[in-house]
Design a protein around this ligand. Structure first.
Ligand code: FES
Ligand SMILES: [Fe+2]
Length: 375
């Protein structure tokens, strides 16, 4: 049996909703365990309607937050999930309550080898969630934790969501991050809709108006559960190329390249609705500087240790203008559109497949894209 591990609750700040926490900071190395909650608006008079929880793959936690033997609790789509890593290194995700008498496994549960042991009477649950033994020598009852389908890829533990209870119907791809620096993390909990941030990547007009990009072009390719967006633009005179691969509506693998500087920033962005009108943004940034390709490994690491946090701070600075807007905006299912909203419209039609009941009240309204005189 391993020494007890303290339970960890990610998003403690959220659970004390209404209390202000310090503003978010970028952190490198093991992901930070606190999340800034900044209230931009009063919740009095809330008239926005939540969207249904989406289906697909969503972030449980970053791999670096879950050491062997560690147990974490995370808020996730109106409930909590318990994540733990076995001593063999496998990340597992279960619903929190012990089927014996209801103890919360994230509050005192311990990893013992490949099992998760309940703090109240010591029932141990195996990799498939089934009870494998009691803590006092009696025969285990026929009981099982509800295990959630999870997969760990590219530094993230992803949880599968399917309202019909089906196993994963599609997958995300592995991206080779071997040439990049280690990650710096940005985390933020916001009011409103995770989907606004997902759709933000397809909103070409706002990149100029809000983020100051110019000479922008955008193209896209929808392919089943993937939606790839390519952009080319200028930021303060520098050429930026970007590729964003949307895996459903929970995860985007983004790649920014500044060819003039020989710099590439690989940015994983995760969007998780944690409660109605409350969602979590989590970003992992990794840097690659082309000219450092042949530098000795130690020198490269030393330079990345300085430059990756700077790149991550730039990323946070770049997306920060979105925060107060996402925090306060409503999700309009019957938008009045302009010609510049073309990619956004296609993206919204594509994204509809992940939401029970869809995202679009009136498909006809979306077909009026480009008609400035639409009523
Ligand atoms: S409540 Fe978990 S073992 Fe009794
Ligand atoms: Fe934006």
């Amino acid at each position: 049996m391993n020494p007890p591990t303290m339970p960890r609750v990610i998003d403690a700040a959220f659970q004390e909703a209404g209390h202000l926490a310090p503003p978010p900071t970028a952190s490198c190395g093991p992901a930070a365990h606190t999340i800034g909650l900044q209230q931009f608006r009063s919740t009095v008079g809330e008239t926005r309607r939540p969207l249904p929880y989406a289906e697909g793959w969503f972030l449980g936690c970053f791999s670096s937050e879950l050491a062997r033997g560690q147990v974490l609790t995370v808020p996730f789509m109106g409930q909590e999930l318990v994540l733990y890593r076995t001593h063999a290194g496998l990340a597992r995700v279960v619903e929190p309550y012990c089927p014996h008498l209801g103890a919360h496994l994230g509050h005192g549960g311990k990893v013992d080898g490949e099992n998760l042991v309940c703090p109240l009477h010591g029932l141990a649950y195996g990799p498939d969630g089934g009870c494998v033994r009691t803590g006092h020598g009696e025969r285990p009852p026929r009981a099982a934790l509800t295990a959630r389908h999870a997969r760990e890829i590219d530094g993230a533990v992803l949880v599968w969501v399917d309202h019909a209870g089906r196993p994963p119907q599609w997958d995300v791809s592995h991206h080779d991050l071997g040439d990049f620096s280690s990650a710096c993390y940005i985390r933020k909990t916001l009011d409103g809709y995770a989907h606004d941030a997902v759709e933000n990547g397809a909103d070409m007009v706002h990149f100029g108006w809000l983020h100051g990009l110019s000479d922008m072009t955008m193209s896209h390719r929808a392919d089943d559960c993937r939606f790839e967006i390519s952009i080319s633009a200028r930021w303060k005179g520098l050429h930026i190329r970007g590729e964003f691969m949307n895996y459903g509506v929970g995860y985007v693998m983004g790649s920014f390249e500044m060819p003039d500087l020989g710099v590439r920033l690989q940015t994983q962005v995760f969007f998780t609705q944690i409660a109605p009108l409350k969602w979590k943004l989590a970003i992992a940034d990794r840097l690659r500087i082309v000219r450092l390709g042949r530098a000795p490994r130690m020198l490269r690491s030393a330079i990345y240790a300085v430059l990756t946090p700077i790149a991550s701070r730039w990323m946070r600075w770049f997306i920060e203008p979105d925060f107060p807007i996402w925090n306060a905006k409503s999700f309009i299912k019957h938008p009045r559109l302009t010609a510049g909203d073309k990619t956004l419209i296609v993206h919204r039609r594509w994204a509809s497949q992940f939401y029970p009941g869809g995202l679009v009240d009136d498909p006809g309204a979306l077909q009026h894209a480009g008609d400035h005189h639409a009523p």
